[in-house]
Every structure is written in C-alpha cells, then in structure tokens.
Ligand binder design. Structure first.
Ligand SMILES: Nc1ncnc2c1ncn2[C@@H]1O[C@H](COP(=O)(O)OP(=O)(O)O)[C@@H](O)[C@H]1O
Ligand SMILES: [Mg+2]
Length: 397
C-alpha cells in the first residue's frame, strides 16, 4: 500500500470533505498512471486472483490473444480465452499451480501469417503470500523470424567454410597428380618410351590421389546435401540401447566400459532414428578413438524442464581449447586417417532436429558432449496430465 494512504487511513474519520476528496483524487490519479503504464506495454498481462478470476487485463493482452466478447473481469481466466489450446494450457497451469516459462503457441495472424505467442505463468506474490497468478504474453514472431534469418545466414557462412575446406583439401592431391604427370613427361622426353615397370609406381600414386579426391567429394556431397530428415516421436533410450548392443563387440575389443545412465521414464522426442543413430555412432567412435587404451564411456539421458538432455562422457585424451573451437568445422581432424567430417554431420543432424550441441573437454581428463532436444508440445501436454512430481529431476547429471 502506498505510504500516503497508509498515513491517511487511521485519520480518515478526522479528515474533512476536501481532504477526503483530495485523497480520492490522488488515488484515482495513481490508478490511472498504473493503467496507462500497463496499457502502453507491448507485452500482454492478465492477472487472476486466488479463485482464478480475472482482476486485470491490459490492452496488449486483448490484442495478443483472442478473448471472449464482453467484460472479462471476475470471470475464470481460462474461460475468457477463446483459443482452445491456450485456454486448456492456462487452466492446467492454474489448477495445478504450476509456474511455466515461455510456452509457445501459434496463432493465425494478419494476412495469413502465423503469429507465435510466448506465454509464461507466474504466481502473483504479495508480502510472501500467493495472491493469484499472472499471465505474461509476448509476441515473439519477429524474434523467431530474425532467428530464422540468422540461421540462414549462418548456414550460408558454413557453406562458405565448407567450400573453402574442400578447395584446400583438393589442392594437395591435385598438386601431387600434377607432379607425377610431369615426372612421366620428363621420362618420355628423355627416352621417348618408358616401360611398365618405370611408370607403374607413378601411376599407383596418381591412382591413390584420385581415390582421395573421390572421397573428399563424396564426403562433401554428403555434408552439403539437404538431409531428408523425417523426425517422428521416438524413444531415445531405446535407440541408445540398440546402438550399444550393435557396438558391443567393438567396444569390448577397445576395452571401453559403457555405463548407461538412462532416465527411466524419459519423454519421447521427435527423432529420425536413422540419422540420430549415425550422429551418436560418430560421437561414440570419436570417444573410442580418444581412449586408445580403453576407458569409461557414460551415456546419460535426463528430462530437464521442457528439454531432454543427452550426454556422452568419456575419460579419454580430451582436447585443447584451440582444438575444441574447430571440431565442428568440416575437414578438421587431428587424426592421421581422420576425415574431419564426423562432427560436422553430427552438428547438422542435431540442428535439423531442433536440438543443440555443446562440448566441454579437458586435456588428459576427458570430454563431454551435451545434446539437448525439445520435448514436443503434444508430449508435454500428456506429461502434464500424468503425475507432475514423477518427472521432476535435479539439475545434476
Ligand atoms: N571425444 C573426443 N575426445 C577428444 N577429441 C575429440 C573427441 N571427439 C572429437 N574430437 C576431436 O575432434 C576432431 C574432429 O572429429 P570428427 O569431425 O569426428 O573427425 P575425425 O574423427 O575424422 O577426426 C577429432 O579429430 C578430434 O581431434
Ligand atoms: Mg570422427
């Protein structure tokens, strides 16, 4: 409560009419100021009391989500929202007293465009007590559009790096082939004719270089070709188990002890199993390469908020910060016979799944790759209907 009202209240009976009038005017002015501020915001705000009845609704909220006609005040918050998905989501949050950050919804916008609305639900706390809930609405269509543009620019930039990488890779074998042709020419110029014995080692080198060129081009095409990724709701744990079974013998031979640490009731996520298997396989193989004398490989999955986190942890050689900065670059390899394309593909596959990948590593200690994938809204909704606490997990993995 504002201080001047606090001071005035005990003396209310002693105030004369003009003083009461001044007080009411002050209050009205204050109220109006707050209203102007709220209505000038571009973010929508809807607040409800402990009975979930609307006590506040600013102009932006009216503009951002379709509300039912008529006065919204004193009605149940979810009943005034016309969009069924949002209404059900809000009802779920309020009834279960959940705090939700940035849940996204698509709504039809002007001119056939889709608007993306981000909704957060927080408790309305006053003097340490929950007085209701507040719904915070943000139109993030523009932000998403900018992000998409940035992604396009990024992929263009990575294409440039990729092409530069190919050009660089092609130069060496071409140079070598050129030198060997010159050698043959010199031989011919000297003796007019050469024997098969003389020429065959040179041709062999040229042949090997042509093979190398071929591999570079094939890898390149594989890396740049748009991936026909078709994700469907799948069980990541099952996929990991299948892959481990498939690699069991190889892992045993390499003296790599695998420790699966898979969360039992992991929500299903959108995966194209063929591509995801390839990505995980590439990473597991890298870990094996980093543990030439054997070691431990932990594969862990967890649900964290509205994401699934998958970690691949090895206790191998690790890498320097400098190497770490380059590992996703095409053709970057520290191995004698490496292609340097494995992690480029992993990165691409994870991104195409709407996921993210990061790495931490310490030389001599090991490496952890962390992959995160969004849990599809449909699955989240299903989870919401099941017991909530069951899914809560600690941040530690
Ligand atoms: N688990 C790991 N531990 C240490 N270094 C790694 C690991 N994974 C990848 N790297 C580094 O990243 C480089 C690039 O990996 P990748 O793209 O798969 O190509 P390649 O395996 O052919 O070298 C590797 O050469 C290696 O230096
Ligand atoms: Mg590799």
């Amino acid at each position: 409560m504002r201080k001047f009202i606090q001071r005035a209240l005990p003396k209310l009976s002693k105030l004369d009419f003009p003083q009461v009038q001044a007080l009411i005017l002050d209050l009205a002015q204050e109220n109006e100021n707050l209203e102007v501020v709220l209505d000038s915001m571009t973010d929508g705000v809807l607040a409800a009391d402990t009975e979930n009845r609307v006590i506040l609704c600013n102009k932006a909220a009216e503009r951002l989500i379709p509300l039912t006609t008529g006065d919204v005040y004193d009605r149940l918050l979810w009943e005034v929202i016309e969009d069924l998905d949002i209404s059900q989501f809000v009802q779920g949050c309020l009834v279960n007293q959940e705090t939700i950050e940035d849940r996204e919804f698509s709504l039809p916008g002007h001119g056939g465009n889709t608007r993306i609305l981000s909704i957060s639900v927080h408790p309305l706390v006053q003097a340490g007590k929950v007085q209701g809930n507040i719904l915070h609405l943000q139109d993030i269509s523009e932000k998403r559009w900018r992000e998409a543009r940035l992604r396009r620019a990024e992929s263009l930039a990575s294409l440039t790096t990729l092409t530069a990488g190919v050009a660089h890779e092609i130069k060496n074998p071409l140079g070598s082939i050129g030198i060997h042709i010159q050698l043959i020419q010199k031989m011919l110029a000297k003796k007019r004719s050469v024997t098969g014995d003389e020429i065959s080692p040179l041709l062999e080198v040229m042949n090997e270089e042509v093979d190398r060129l071929n591999k570079i081009v094939v890898d390149f095409l594989f890396a740049v070709r748009p991936m026909d990724i078709r994700p469907y709701e799948s069980c990541l744990n099952c996929l990991i188990r299948e892959l481990l079974e498939f690699m069991q013998y190889e892992l045993e031979q390499a003296k790599v002890k695998v420790v699966p640490d898979l969360e039992e009731k992991l929500p299903r996520i959108m995966i194209d199993e063929k591509f995801m298997k390839q990505a995980i396989l590439n990473m597991v193989k890298n870990s094996m390469n980093a543990m030439p004398k054997g070691g431990t490989l932990v594969l862990s999955t967890r649900k964290k908020g509205d994401e699934v986190v998958f970690r691949i942890i090895d206790d191998g050689e690790g890498m320097s910060t400098e190497v770490m900065g380059k590992i996703f670059e095409p053709y970057f390899t520290t191995k004698d016979f490496g292609s340097g394309i494995g992690l480029t593909l992993v990165y691409k596959i994870i991104k195409e799944h709407g996921g993210d990948i990061s790495v931490v590593s310490q030389e001599g200690r090991g490496t952890t790759f962390t992959l995160t994938f969004p849990i599809p809204q449909k699955v989240q909704k299903l989870l919401g209907e099941e017991s909530k606490t069951e899914w809560e997990i600690s941040d530690e993995i």
